[in-house]
Design a protein around this ligand. Structure first.
Ligand code: HPA
Ligand code: ZN
Length: 326
């Protein structure tokens, strides 16, 4: 029925979320003030007006610039806590959170400051918000393979806090195979592996992520649909794909939401999930993405439940916890 109390959002896991991409203008200005950092925008509205992107790189330029306000352990804890509060309201019960250590160490912020700050917020998340959490450490693919290796070594003292490694930033020209060595080290250390592939880059990058890096999930992977053999492989192995529909529209990976290949991907038997990527920049958090694809693509209740269920199937959860959600 269309009347009565609004229904709560479906319980879901969020598997593709950059914590630096949850930095809302309000918090950016508050942290700028706290740390004496001068932002090149006079007001929050002026900053918001800069959120108009032509492609991935134009977004990344602003994303990295705004990180200048993140300096202390408290800053990272406040950032993650603000995300978790929003995630709870969106039905998120489990969050696997990316962070970009090189974007901070390059500015002189030690990796320990980043990880300890994030971990402090995550440690309270189950009790405060009813959300279980994991951390995924991402390498910037437009930095060198050596820089990724140095980052991994710097993170060794904190590996008990880290569940997986990932790969993000400017995709084209930086194929997954560039990071073969650091992914081998991560796997040896017992970490799971994911990688952004097939967002702006070609299906060949998805093949490399699977066959050279040995990833457990593909982040985005929308361009996989251009390669029939790849679709068959992803379906046969039930490799999870973490789609981010609102991100795809804002970064012009697709023309508009009504043209999103999500329904075709489900029809092809792919294990797809819906996520928010950089929600402060792309216009919505986890359930906002569910609602947006529902409305633009006419998805029914059963399909939305499948997407929510897929998020738990694809999560790095122990089987007893996963079973609670399936
Ligand atoms: N793609 C690649 N790198 C990123 C993204 C993205 O959507 N968001 C933050 N870093
Ligand atoms: Zn992403």
């Amino acid at each position: 029925p269309s009347t009565g109390a609004p229904r709560p959002p479906l319980p879901k896991a969020e598997l593709h979320l950059h914590i630096e991409g949850t930095l809302e203008p309000e918090l950016a200005f508050a942290l700028a003030e706290r740390n004496g950092v001068k932002l090149p925008y006079a007001t929050q509205d002026e900053l918001r007006r800069a959120y108009s992107f032509a492609d991935l790189q134009s977004f990344l330029n602003l994303y990295y610039a705004l990180m200048a306000v993140l300096r202390t352990e408290d800053d990272f804890a406040d950032l993650a806590d603000a995300y978790l509060a929003r995630a709870e309201a969106q039905g998120v019960r489990h969050a696997e959170i990316f962070f970009d250590p090189q974007a901070h160490t390059a500015r002189g912020v030690p990796i320990g400051t980043v990880i300890r700050g994030l971990a402090r917020a995550l440690d309270g998340a189950q009790e405060t918000y009813g959300i279980s959490t994991r951390l995924i450490m991402c390498f910037l693919r437009d930095e060198s393979a050596d820089s990724a290796l140095e980052t991994f070594e710097a993170a060794r003292p904190y590996l008990d806090r880290i569940t997986a490694v990932g790969l993000d930033s400017a995709e084209v020209g930086h194929p997954p195979s560039k990071f073969k060595e650091v992914y081998a080290l991560a796997r040896e250390a017992g970490l799971k592996c994911v990688a952004h592939a097939g967002e702006e880059g070609p299906p060949a990058y998805v093949w490399e992520a699977l066959d050279v890096l040995g990833v457990d999930r593909i982040d985005h992977g929308v361009r996989s649909m251009e390669d029939e053999r790849l679709v068959a492989r992803l379906a046969a192995d039930q490799v999870p794909l973490t789609l981010c529909p609102l991100s795809n529209v804002r970064l012009r990976v697709i023309d508009d939401l009504a043209a999103h290949p999500l329904p075709a991907m489900l029809d092809a038997g792919l294990l797809v999930t819906v996520n928010s990527d950089d929600p402060a920049y792309f216009g919505g958090y986890a359930d906002d993405n569910f609602t947006a694809v529902r409305d633009a693509l006419g998805l029914g209740e059963e399909t939305l439940r499948t997407l929510a269920r897929n998020s738990f199937r694809a999560a790095f959860l122990d089987e007893a916890t996963r079973a609670k959600y399936l």
